[in-house]
Ligand binder design. Structure first.
Ligand SMILES: NC(=O)c1ccc[n+]([C@@H]2O[C@H](COP(=O)([O-])OP(=O)(O)OC[C@H]3O[C@@H](n4cnc5c(N)ncnc54)[C@H](OP(=O)(O)O)[C@@H]3O)[C@@H](O)[C@H]2O)c1
Length: 265
């Protein structure tokens, strides 16, 4: 799997990661399934895992699924609250689940971002978090996201990017490249798999892939301003299919257009 330099962090991270929205919000009895998914991801080299306090039980399930393999993973998660005391509680819980460190702590939906960054910068100095980021899922918030990017206080952004959600191409991706920020593309399969199952294998032949998920992941990664994609799945076979989308060759413009046409049908 290809690795890309994650903006100014200087870290080389594999281009395929693992989202956890819905898929890892599991009841205790279902946690063995999470362990199989996370094991499969780490075994393919997909070591960036993304979660949030917004995702129900997912953070704790992820932490337990990582278990002794925590050191192999790069844990990206989020702080999501207007309350300073709740923010501290969220981080404390994360430090418990993720062996005392969050690799990328993102301000979820930009909630109280100035206040959260003031505090998180201290937590970074204390060694509890490594990189800082910001995320939003709505294009209407991208103006505010730009303001956060310009502060120079964050290392990375997480934004939606798939053939039917391309608003970031206008200003966010160019600015991220200019400021040398890491870019995580969320909702790469349309958000909750909205673009699945997609066209039949015959129609994928010109793209040199066998699975539609691979075409979508390659579509996002063929923009060099994107560093990694985080498809979510509850299925270890899908983890392996997705990992195969993380290897060159990347799509030429005509191939990207074909994916866009197929996605729009
Ligand atoms: N910061 C934010 O505001 C925000 C918002 C949304 C999402 N996110 C992050 O981005 C991640 C991804 O977004 P998402 O979960 O909304 O959507 P997504 O990754 O675009 O789609 C996930 C869905 O695709 C299916 N899928 C995955 N791989 C597949 C494959 N190879 N073949 C067929 N189906 C496949 C999964 O079902 P199966 O379980 O059946 O595989 C799942 O239902 C989230 O989990 C979360 O970590 C962040």
């Amino acid at each position: 799997m290809e690795k890309r330099r994650f903006g100014r962090s200087g870290l080389d991270l594999p281009v395929i990661g693992l989202g956890t929205w819905l898929t890892l919000d599991l009841a205790p009895g279902d946690e063995p399934r999470a362990a199989r998914v996370v094991d499969a991801a780490l075994s393919t080299g997909a070591r960036v895992v993304d979660s949030s306090p917004m995702y129900g039980r997912a953070e704790g399930v992820l932490g337990r699924a990582l278990g002794e393999r925590r050191g192999e993973a790069f844990v990206a998660t989020k702080i999501w609250t207007p309350s300073a005391s709740e923010a501290r509680r969220q981080l404390e819980a994360q430090l418990g689940w993720f062996a005392g460190r969050v690799d990328l702590e993102q301000v979820h939906n930009l909630v109280a971002w100035e206040e959260r960054l003031d505090w998180l910068e201290g937590e970074r100095e204390a060694g509890h978090v490594r990189l800082l980021g910001a995320t939003h899922y709505q294009a209407s918030a991208f103006g505010e996201l730009e303001r956060v990017m310009w502060t120079g206080r964050i290392d990375a952004i997480q934004v939606p990017y798939n053939p039917l959600q391309r608003e970031v191409e206008e200003r966010i991706l160019p600015l991220a490249a200019e400021l040398n920020l890491g870019v995580i593309a969320m909702r790469p399969l349309g958000g909750e798999g909205a673009l699945m199952p997609g066209p039949n294998p015959k129609e994928l032949e010109p793209l040199g892939v066998v699975k539609w998920a691979q075409a979508l992941l390659k579509w996002a990664l063929s923009d060099p301003r994107v560093h990694l994609v985080i498809p979510a799945t509850s299925n270890p076979d899908h983890v392996r299919d997705n990992a195969a989308g993380g290897t060159p060759p990347w799509f030429e413009p005509a191939e990207r257009e074909l994916v866009q046409e197929l996605a729009a049908r």
